[in-house]
Ligand binder design. Structure first.
Ligand code: FMN
Length: 403
């Protein structure tokens, strides 16, 4: 095994799931990859795995009590200070709920709250517990609001006897995911991403917009930042919280988005246009609310075409190698034909075509990658986080390191 995790200090948080019996094997594999592992376990987890086992494997005293006069009284602060990653594996439903609520009621949840770096959870629980709306909501808070990572549970035979999703991922796969967290393969690359809808005002209270949630663009921004890229996220109005350590430019209209894209693209290595830019805007934004009483039975508003930002940057950079330009095509039908036509017309390096029914307002999506060199690949239905990784992998295969 290689030493991908050499000099990495990892806190392995073990919680009260039956899958805690796999934690010693996970600790062993992390150490074998070069990591320095400090285990912290919950009191519930002590029913499934002994501190002594983890202590023997890691070579560090295993802590689990908040109030323990024999050790450092500020353990929860000090342990969190020095780690490169906090990995909670297995993560019980209750622990995920506590982390989502920002609780600090036991040593491990206090450490999680005090920790400022990358946090990853490997959930393990019965399928019904996993699918419960409360757990799903908590997982969404951890990822979308706090920017933490979930190592998706696998499907397989569960301790309760059924075969379904909920099993903690295998220690080997978790080590692979952990290695990916430290993979800074986009260091030195500037990546500009547009996300969300644009909003075209009609008057001070009304506007035209669309159903784009911004989730794909935010997922790309998060993955790029995690891999060391310098990220500029140009976002229309969304309900999402952007990841940390990136530059966010909040815009409202297509015209504002165009301005920001043009200002940021010259020194970019990759521009990903995932925003759903409104094709039309109101010709003039009324300064006063249009009153119902002043209209007849219908209201006519004149819309004019917005600039085509993707085409504009396609033309601007068509003779230069950089930036690589990826665009999205959201279609209701003829995905491949429409995607190919868009690729040609917009002079992009790749079009990612997806259908409105598969993508809009959803956590998952299914796309077709249409490359300039004629290659076409189709994905299964995958989480938008996974799509983000694939898109950035595609970029690296085009531009491995010209930076
Ligand atoms: C035999 C047994 C197995 C359990 N397995 C799980 C599990 O796989 N996942 C889970 O979320 N909770 C499981 N629980 C429930 C947790 O142990 C319980 O919610 C506990 O309070 C979690 O505490 P912690 O999050 O502080 O570790 C199990 C309980 C028992 C008795």
């Amino acid at each position: 095994m290689n030493l991908d995790l050499k000099n990495r200090k990892i806190i392995l948080g073990v919680t009260g799931s039956i899958a805690a019996y796999k934690a010693p094997e996970l600790a062993r594999l992390l150490i074998k990859s070069g990591a320095d592992v400090q285990a912290v376990i919950t009191e519930a987890a002590c029913n499934f795995v002994t501190p002594l086992t983890l202590e023997t494997l890691t070579g560090h005293k295993v802590v689990y009590k908040m109030f323990n006069s024999t050790t450092d009284p500020l353990e929860h602060i000090n342990l969190a200070k020095n780690a490169d990653l906090l990995l909670i594996a297995p993560a019980s439903a209750d622990f995920i709920a506590r982390a989502a609520a920002g609780r600090a009621s036991d040593l491990l949840s206090a450490i999680t709250l005090a920790y400022a770096g990358t946090v990853a959870f490997a959930p393990a629980m019965n399928t019904n517990m996993l699918n419960n709306r409360a757990t799903q909501k908590n997982i969404k808070i951890l990822t979308d609001e706090y920017g933490w990572n979930i190592i998706e549970p696998a499907s397989g035979e569960l301790a309760c006897g059924i075969t379904d999703k909920g099993r903690m991922e295998s220690p080997e796969t978790i080590v692979q995911s952990v290695t990916n967290f430290f993979n800074r393969d986009l260091e030195g690359h500037k990546i500009v991403i547009t996300a969300g809808p644009t909003v075209e005002d009609i008057d001070p209270v009304r506007f035209i917009s669309n159903r784009s949630s911004g989730k794909t663009g935010y997922a790309i921004a998060r993955n790029a930042a995690l891999r060391g890229a310098r990220v500029v996220l140009i976002s229309g109005p969304t309900a999402l919280i952007p990841p940390e350590n990136i530059t966010v430019i909040n815009v409202r209209s297509a015209l504002e988005m165009r301005q920001a894209v043009l200002e940021e693209s010259d020194d970019a290595h990759l521009v990903v246009m995932s925003a759903a830019v409104a094709d039309f805007r109101h010709e003039t934004i009324e300064t006063k609310k249009i009153k119902k009483e002043t209209q007849n039975d219908s209201l006519e508003i004149k819309l004019v075409k917005n600039p085509d930002i993707l085409l504009e940057i396609g033309e601007k950079y068509k003779k230069s190698k950089s930036p690589v330009i990826f665009g999205f095509a959201l279609e209701t039908d003829n995905l491949l034909t429409n995607g190919k036509a868009k690729l040609e017309k917009k002079l992009a390096d790749m079009i990612i075509a997806n259908s409105a029914k598969d993508a809009l307002e959803k956590e998952t999506t299914k796309v077709i990658f249409i490359h300039k060199d004629g290659r076409v690949n189709e994905t299964d239905e995958i989480p938008k986080q996974s799509l983000a990784k694939l898109i950035l992998d595609e970029y690296l295969s085009i531009n491995p390191l010209s930076v």
